[in-house]
Write a protein that binds this ligand. Structure first.
Ligand SMILES: [Zn+2]
Length: 85
């Protein structure tokens, strides 16, 4: 799954609106890019064990263009993809 250019822009705009400080924690610049591919992490649950049958966590990757620091953001919470089953 990939994010469209519009979804990437929406993600950056949503985060800048929600984060109290959207500057990079490492270099204090505000020069983020979004990697277009959605990372899918498997949640390990007590009921389902590790990996198999667990829930997927759609995750966006933001990279600071200045220093390369990388942030992971849950795309459901950020309002970019819908959650649920
Ligand atoms: Zn940085």
């Amino acid at each position: 799954m990939s994010l469209t250019a519009e979804e990437q822009n929406n993600l950056l705009n949503n985060l800048r609106a929600k984060w109290t400080n959207s500057n990079c924690l490492r270099c204090n610049s505000n020069n983020w890019i979004v990697q277009g591919v959605v990372q899918q992490y498997l949640a390990s649950t007590k009921d389902r064990g590790n990996g198999i049958g667990g829930e997927f966590l759609p995750t966006g990757v933001l990279i600071c263009r200045t220093c390369g620091s990388t942030e992971l953001v849950n795309l459901v919470v950020a309002g970019i993809v819908k959650g649920g089953q």
